[in-house]
Each structure stands twice: as C-alpha cells, then as structure tokens.
Design a protein around this ligand. Structure first.
Ligand code: S3P
Length: 176
C-alpha cells in the first residue's frame, strides 16, 4: 500500500477522519477537493457553475494522479464522486489502501441538510437526490475499496481506530 485513501459519499466524514488520522499517524494529509480549489483559485461551486461538471471531474483525475505519485505515504481524502471514474478506480486499485466510509442514506440526509456548498445537492428535493446517488454509487465504492467501513453507530474515534487496526493487519500480512 502506498497511501491511505478515504472514499465515500458526501458527508461521510472523509475530511474529518483524514485530519484525525493525520494527527495520530504523523503522515501528511491531502484533500482532493481543497487541492482543486487551491489550484483553480475558486470554489467547487464556482468551478461547476463556470466550467461545468466535466471540467471538475478532469481536474479531480489530475489531482489524484499527482497525489498518488508522491513518494512519501500520505492520507488522502477524495471527493464523493472521484471513484465514479474508471481511470481513477484503476489508480486506486494499484495503490491498495482505499477505505470506503459507508454511510446510510438517512445519516447522509441528516448531515447534509441545508448544505449550500455541494452543487449536486442544489435541487428541489435534495433528500431524494441523496438516496438515488447513494443507491447508484455504493456498489461502485464497494468494488473500488480495499476495506469497507460501516459507519452506523460508530463515533469518529471508533472509525479512526478501526482504520488504524486494518492498516496494521494489512501491513503485517504483507510482511508474512
Ligand atoms: C461531489 C462531492 C464533493 C465535491 C463535489 C462533487 C460528488 O466532495 O467533490 O461537490 O460528486 O459527490 P465531498 O464528498 O467532500 O463533499
């Protein structure tokens, strides 16, 4: 495994968990959404508005490619749509350390209620959109993941511990 990658739906806590793991492990942390915003010097909302979704998706692939190439091991959190692209999934498979943070539609709706920053949720019925997207995306996340972590009933602390345990086990397996 090169890098530890956090994947999952919007609101699944990829950034929160990524930052917690950064503190625990001392590894550096990167967030693909933030890197795109920095590179473009504008927000994701503005990128979607001015250039359209395809442009954003291409930027996502470029940033992911650059990050995965870095030599020092990192913790990387993806955007919720990054794993939908086949090229991105292939890159993730070769990396070997992708954790799917699995959130229930109900919890996603709770956490994303009133969200103004995510262009895909700007619709008359965001809850319906969330449910539909999760239904389509979960099998894709699942197929791209090296480890599936069910978040229901777990605290961020539990989630961090579970990821670190999995990391240790997979490192041990490699050395055996
Ligand atoms: C998206 C998720 C967002 C961001 C963009 C598109 C998606 O990231 O990349 O709004 O397609 O699910 P988060 O998952 O960090 O919210």
């Amino acid at each position: 495994m090169k890098h530890l990658v956090l994947m999952g739906f919007m609101g699944s806590g990829k950034s929160t968990i990524g930052k917690m793991l950064e503190k625990r492990t001392g590894l550096s942390y990167a967030d693909t959404d933030l890197l795109i915003e920095e590179k473009e010097a504008r927000s994701i909302e503005e990128i979607f508005r001015d250039e359209g979704e395809e442009y954003f998706r291409n930027a996502e692939t470029t940033v992911l490619e650059e990050l995965l190439k870095r030599k020092d091991r990192m913790i990387i959190s993806l955007g919720g749509g990054t794993a939908l692209n086949e090229k991105n999934r292939k890159m993730l498979k070769n990396n070997g350390g992708t954790v799917f943070l699995k959130i229930s539609p109900l919890e996603a709706c709770k956490r994303l209620k009133g969200d103004q920053k995510r262009p895909l949720l700007r619709t008359a019925d965001p809850e319906k959109r969330i449910e539909k997207l999760i239904k389509v995306r979960n099998p894709i996340y699942q197929a791209a993941a090296d480890y599936v972590l069910e978040e229901t009933g777990k605290t961020p602390e539990d989630i961090c511990r579970e990821i670190l345990d999995w990391l240790n086990i997979s490192e041990e397996e490699k050395t055996q």
